[in-house]
Design a protein around this ligand. Structure first.
Ligand code: ZN
Ligand code: ZN
Ligand code: ZN
Length: 253
């Protein structure tokens, strides 16, 4: 058995290429599809079940036909993480569970008109729950809206999904120090900055976290076009790699 996480999107709300932009990274992404970055999201395969981590892809319904996945696990209700739910909710069939933070606002009219989506599965920080045998622990993050990252653990492996966030709150960091994951996927929207940004991490923040956590493998996501330009000219430190759309992380289940 294995625990497999696929990065479906590794960009932010702007995506790469950015509409109207002709920077080096956006030009490259226009020419070569492998450099494009769709909204930050992923899929988790474990024990025969599929969980969709966030729902920012515009063509969610085409990629994941009804019945091809078991549930959604949402980090937060910003548009770039939930916009794919809007058309899909009007589908027919039995309800689909949506797990996420207890955000009373949600996004636009999703809660008022949920269609076949069942938003009642609100989560509590640090309280582990089970998804078809996968142990999932919500971890509060630093963002402009109530946001949870997740530790996803099987009997033999674990991976932390930490987006969107500017660094980590101390209780989340303490939890991860006690339960160190083999792989960390983290919001790194920005190239190194002198002053850390407020709602997303820059590379300096992630480097400092790596030193503190001792994580062997860190994968960056929610990457902006400016950070892509920076990476075209600079190398990342050892143990830190840029995620890309379609990247597959396979761990022992
Ligand atoms: Zn985002
Ligand atoms: Zn650009
Ligand atoms: Zn966000």
């Amino acid at each position: 058995m294995s625990l497999t996480i696929t990065l479906l999107g590794t960009g932010g709300a702007q995506q790469v290429p950015v509409f109207g932009c002709d920077c080096a990274a956006c030009q490259r992404a226009h020419l070569h599809v492998q450099y494009r970055r769709l909204p930050c999201s992923g899929s988790v395969n474990f024990n025969g079940a599929v969980t969709l981590l966030d729902a920012g892809l515009h063509d969610l319904a085409e990629r994941w036909p009804y019945g091809s996945f078991q549930q959604f696990l949402l980090t937060h209700y910003h548009m770039d993480h939930v916009q794919g739910l809007f058309p899909l909710r009007w589908g027919v069939g039995s309800q689909i569970a949506v797990y996420g933070p207890p955000d009373e606002q949600g996004c636009d009219d999703l809660f008022k008109h949920p269609g076949l989506l069942d938003f009642s599965h609100t989560l509590t920080p640090f309280v582990t729950f089970d998804l078809q045998g996968l142990q999932v622990t919500p971890l509060p993050l630093n963002h402009s809206k109530l946001t949870f990252g997740y530790l996803l653990a099987s009997a033999h492996s674990s991976i932390a999904w930490l987006s969107d966030t500017a660094g980590l709150p101390s209780d989340t960091l303490q939890f991860l120090l006690k339960n160190p994951p083999q792989v960390v996927v983290i919001d790194c929207s920005h190239e190194p900055r002198d002053k850390p940004p407020r709602n997303h991490s820059d590379l300096n923040t992630v480097i400092a976290l790596k030193a503190e956590m001792g994580s062997p493998r860190i994968i960056l996501t929610h990457i902006s076009h400016q950070f892509d330009v920076w990476m075209m000219e600079n190398a990342l430190p050892n143990g830190i790699e840029a995620g890309f759309d379609g990247m597959v992380i396979e761990l022992e289940g």
